[in-house]
Design a protein around this ligand. Structure first.
Ligand SMILES: CC(=O)N[C@H]1[C@@H](OP(=O)(O)O)O[C@H](CO)[C@@H](O)[C@@H]1O
Ligand SMILES: [Mg+2]
Length: 547
């Protein structure tokens, strides 16, 4: 291990490919065209080392992936010691480092971070890293490794991983030999933990019909295949599709969770028919959506909102059957959650629901406020968090009846089955399969909880999206001044109408969301609001949805 060496940090700097490009550590870390990322990877290596030094040598994770983005993109994000996303206050450091051009500028930013956080640069540092199947990963890994080396980290390459596996590994390493040890810090340990919990969860129940999993031609494919070696076919029957991770150009192309959610259709080539069950992962396997076609042949999507409803329902019943009145379940959504799902949660399940800003970190932090916090974005990213007190209560409650014992055992198994560090397609799939198996439900029966309101998401390109400022968990605009009043006036004309506008954190566009009672009204409302935004806030290119 080398030590932290300013001159080495300066002299090894990787030059920016495009001088004028500005990097931002956003909702999903750094994400852009892969060829622009080599300089960033070097600096992320340095940042991860500093973060670890700041936290007494705790292991920090670095994941190289661009999730559902096209194959030519790539990205990188840091994982904090408990497997969470990088603490928000450090995102600014990431951005400053990434934009520092030249060795002197870089050293200056590093010095600022060291001073502001009183970091002992000679303290130990440990960083683990993993990457997805993108062809650009190999080169980017080398750049990251150089950054880790010049800053003196003990670095470990965990190789090809799904994003949630890397989060799991970070938490396991940092909790090893403690009372809240999260598991064995190996890929095998992950498979064993989840498969054992699943076997317990479905014990004594008949296996469901086969589930076809679209792996988006990404890292989920080889990892799911490996995982299935731990689960006998008579416990879970899975067919894998879109598992080509070697041919160029296939990753996320006309497949995967994002495609299915935005296109509202099954990937081409899937032999979906009434009675069959399907789900899709995204490119780094941290998102999942389910779908099926009903007896009329109509495509039905079971998205993150539907998964949240199913999970909340099941866990609340288990808590009730276990006789544990101290555990309160809550659900966290964003403004993109379908109005019918919020209605179902609050009026039918009577569960408290919080609405927070877009981005998993916001949902995760809000979910930590509940004893059991279920959080999902509509797009299928989410998980369930059990507070330390809830975990302890589940572990120590003594059953008075066999029914109570069964419920407690089921809850205990769920705490092992669910990846509590971050949304995880494999783990979330097992959660859904557990519930459907216990209920012996078809997807059609699951879907009956509520009917989605028709909805529409439109992108409007404007001169400067940063002029859009929101409040109330992004549901209302504060600026441009006056625009919200005009949106409200439009919404008021539609039964069950709802619409909101915010700047995307990941694309150079403004997003307009609308829902209403009928498809026609929804489309009309979406188009009116989109055109209003275009007219009032510097629309660029063609006017959206003009007929
Ligand atoms: C409407 C929508 O789906 N927004 C997505 C998208 O964020 P935007 O800030 O809307 O671009 O990407 C995020 C990161 O993957 C994800 O968390 C979020 O849900
Ligand atoms: Mg993803």
């Amino acid at each position: 291990m080398t030590s932290f060496d300013y001159s080495s940090i300066k002299s090894n700097i990787i030059a920016h490919k495009v001088e004028s490009y500005t990097y931002t550590y956003g909702t999903a870390g750094f994400r852009t065209k892969a060829e622009l990322l080599d300089s960033v990877m070097y600096k992320v290596g340095i940042l991860a080392t500093l973060r670890s030094k700041k936290l007494g040598g705790a292991t920090i994770g670095v994941m190289i992936t661009a999730s559902h983005n096209p194959e030519e993109d790539n990205g990188v994000k840091l994982v904090d010691p408990r497997g969470e996303m990088l603490e928000q206050s450090w995102e600014g450091y990431a951005t400053s480092l990434a934009n520092a051009k030249g060795g002197d500028a870089l050293a200056e930013v590093v010095e600022e971070i060291v001073a502001a956080n009183k970091i002992d640069t000679e303290a130990p540092a440990a960083v683990i890293y993993g990457y997805d199947t993108r062809p650009s990963c190999a080169e980017l890994v080398k750049c990251l490794e150089l950054g880790l080396e010049v800053s003196g980290a003990k670095a470990t390459n965990f190789g090809l991983k799904t994003t949630p596996m890397l989060h799991y590994l970070v938490r396991c390493i940092n909790t090893a030999n403690t009372s809240d040890s999260y598991g064995e810090p190996t890929e095998e340990g992950y498979y064993k933990k989840l498969s054992e919990a699943f076997k317990t969860s479905v014990k004594g129940k008949s296996r469901l019909s086969p589930l076809t999993v679209d792996c988006a031609n990404g890292v989920g494919a080889p990892k799911l295949r490996e995982f299935l070696r731990y689960l006998p076919e008579d416990v879970l029957s899975v067919n894998i599709m879109n598992d080509d991770v070697t041919s160029l150009g296939k990753l996320n192309k006309d497949c995967g969770a994002d495609y299915v959610k935005t296109q509202q259709r099954a990937p081409p080539g899937s032999k979906i028919a009434p009675g069959s069950r399907f789900c899709s992962y995204d490119g780094d396997a941290d998102r999942i959506v389910y779908y099926f076609v009903d007896s009329n042949g109509t495509f039905r999507l079971l998205d993150g909102d539907k998964i949240a409803g199913l999970a909340a329902m099941f866990i609340m019943e288990l808590v009730h059957d276990a006789g544990i009145s101290s555990i309160k379940v809550g659900v966290v959504q964003t403004a993109y959650a379908n109005g019918s799902s919020t209605n179902y949660l609050t009026k039918v399940l009577n569960v408290p629901v919080s609405c927070v800003s877009t981005g998993v970190k916001h949902l995760h932090h809000e979910a930590e406020k509940y004893d059991v916090g279920v959080y999902f974005e509509a797009n299928g990213h989410g998980t369930v968090l059990f507070s330390p007190e809830a975990l302890n209560t589940i572990k120590t409650t003594e059953a008075k009846t066999p029914a109570q014992k069964h419920a407690i055992d089921q809850l205990q198994a769920l705490t092992e089955l669910i990846n509590q560090t971050v949304g995880d397609a494999i783990s979330d799939m097992l959660l859904v399969e557990t519930i459907l198996t216990n209920r012996q439900w078809t997807c059609e029966e699951w879907n009956q909880a509520y009917t989605d309101l028709p909805n529409r998401l439109v992108k409007v390109v404007v001169k400067d999206r940063h002029i859009f400022k929101t409040t109330n968990a992004e549901r209302q605009l504060v600026e441009p001044v006056g625009l919200q009043g005009e949106i409200d006036a439009l919404v008021a004309k539609y039964a069950n109408g709802r619409s909101f506008v915010r700047a995307s954190g990941t694309e150079d566009a403004v997003r307009v969301y609308a829902e209403a009672s009928t498809r026609a009204e929804t489309d009309e409302l979406a188009s009116k609001v989109a055109q209003l935004v275009y007219d009032r806030a510097g629309g660029v290119g063609g006017r959206p949805l003009s007929s």
